[in-house]
Design a protein around this ligand. Sequence first.
Ligand SMILES: Nc1ncnc2c1ncn2[C@@H]1O[C@H](COP(=O)(O)OP(=O)(O)OP(=O)(O)O)[C@@H](O)[C@H]1O
Length: 279
Amino acid sequence: MRSGAPAQQSGPEEVACAIELDGARRVYELPDLGHLLALHDVHLSVAPGQFVSIIGPSGCGKSTLLRLVAGLEAPDGGVISLGGRTPTQAAEAKLLGFVPQVPALLPWLSVLRNVTLPTRLNRRAARRGADRAETEELLRKAGLGDVMHQLPSQLSGGMRQRTAIVRALALRPEVLLLDEPFSALDEFTREALQELLLDLWGELEATVLFVTHSISEAVRLSDKVVVMAPKPGRIVEVVDIDLPRPRTQELLTSAEFHAYELKVRDLLRGAFEHGREPA
Ligand SMILES: Nc1ncnc2c1ncn2[C@@H]1O[C@H](COP(=O)(O)OP(=O)(O)OP(=O)(O)O)[C@@H](O)[C@H]1O
């Protein structure tokens, strides 16, 4: 428990799990009979409960990496382990929460019913996940208490994205995967949702993989920032962010914070320049 807030009930089996990628590889067959090496020899160790961001130029394989960890696609080589389980086993055990870039909410269901849908549809999810009262509490924490009976079409973009985050968190996942969840939001909404995510992460103790294009967001949120490059998609460096939490406004404007931003920026510049070279 990081935040000091009361923990939701958790047994020993609900402790967050580590994520290990050992030589992961993904090749896409292309219509012209060629192929594209979307991920090449990816090694990554994420400790239980860590918050890790993934950053890199468009097309470097960030979403592919997330899909492999989520068990939505299988690697063409290497091994991926989530606390000793394969991604498919972890997904079947309902240990994973996934927040996509665009919140996929069912337009005919209220906010509350969208959030409770996974636990209503699946017995395993129901056993692990938050009950109705806990879900309503999560919605209130996310600032959605007053709109939980409204339809998604009545909400702002930021509210819809909060709903998608609460839906993933209501499963009490051991591993939370987020694919650029705040990219379409204005700066202030983005900051508010970063705070919310950190608060809820603090309570749930999930292991987080977070894809972003924002250097400051990555440094602000993370224990580690994974910098990727394209052609082929690969990890160029993992930067440990050795800053205390909570990361106050004072810290966010400090020279130390800025030094991490510059370091990630330099690595990214190299990755972009590489991406511009002919493959
Ligand atoms: N199903 C697919 N079939 C063929 N190629 C694919 C497929 N999915 C992804 N790719 C290609 O694999 C590469 C990596 O894609 P991916 O979406 O993982 O990149 P990304 O880093 O997440 O990009 P972005 O930042 O633009 O979201 C890209 O060149 C993409 O065009």
